[in-house]
Design a protein. Sequence first.
Length: 428
Amino acid sequence: MSNYKFETLQLHVGQEQADPATDSRAVPIYQTTSYVFRNSQHAADRFGLADAGNIYGRLTNSTQDVFEKRIAALEGGVAALATASGAAAITYTIEALAQAGDHIVAQKTIYGGSYNLLAHTLPGFGITADFVNIHDLAEVESAIRPETRAIYIETLGNPNSDIPDIDALAELAHKYGIPLVVDNTFGTPYLIRPIEHGADIVVHSATKFLGGHGTTLGGIIVDSGKFDWMAHADKFPGLTTPDESYHGVTYAEKFGREGAFITKATAQLMRDLGPMQNPQAAFFLNSSLESLHVRMPRHCENGLAVAKFLQSHPKVRFVSYPGLEGDKYYDMAQKYMPNGTCGVVSFGFTGGRAAAETFMKSLKLAQIATHVADARTCCLHPANATHRQMNDEELIACGISADMVRLSCGLEDTADLIADLEQALEQC
Ligand code: PLP
């Protein structure tokens, strides 16, 4: 299928033919925990990874397999692993790369949950992180240590929508023999494909634009298949030395660059830790994915119109939207996301925190929710919600002010959306 265009791939990859048992046109929900082996030898071959196929529902599922193949194709990767949530995708990516004593260099301005994972949870398992100004390459480089195992970034930082220079960061990571891991949740492969810019591993919260309707939690890890684990064997023993828990297999030797990472993440991490995506979630995500190319341009169109409206409003102190001419990241947006920068717009009020609170309470159409990327417009006051665990210093370091509101523009009529914002601003 690889010669087809994006729109065709998102509809067909993974299901080139109808399900042979049922002739079902839609990808069925394979609601099963287990699979039948033809005989004991067949089971042995499956367990020994000599015969690729389903073993047990905590490892693979055919509904999920379609989702994995589709996202891998859309991102230009070689393999993918679907997870129960975006948080699980990020956790398992880091755990496949790093172990106790290892270290991650991460962008400061990332999603609060990912910050929390790296700053507070993983250190309990011996993996530490330094948070850097990702736009200052010298600072990033000086944070890399011999025990660093990845540089971690977001294509559009949540909630600031800052855009890192992926090409330069990939080059820097590779200079030190480590992979660049990119969370492409806000970008989606429709707007940007980080692997084309040198990223090695891409992760997603599929809960957001990929799912798009606020119904389903899910995540996914995509491997570019390009990182040479064996060339940096001392840094990645989990991939380059025998896994005694899996018949002594050395993933990078047996499965090569293209298969090692996702096989290890599935055969070992998913087996032992278990945050599997359930078949119904995969079904919803497969269905939503079919309209990604129709939805994303509308999110972008509404995002830009709203950003322009807010920019010209006297009660608005600042607007962050990289698609907006004059925005700090406008040039980066033109380079990396010329077709739009999604529907997430952040802004603050001349009246400060109190005005932000009045605005939120005055909205009629947009709803307050810990969510973005929904078909329905939603908004959040990060300092009071997703980033609440941060102290004031940490908040400022992430570029979040007490008056900042993050608005995720949905697919509504643009004029209706702006009218709602206008009437809420009148109250501030
Ligand atoms: N990455 C980003 C950029 C996010 O915004 C989120 C959640 O908001 C996550 C990861 C975590 O995803 P999930 O909620 O699916 O676990």
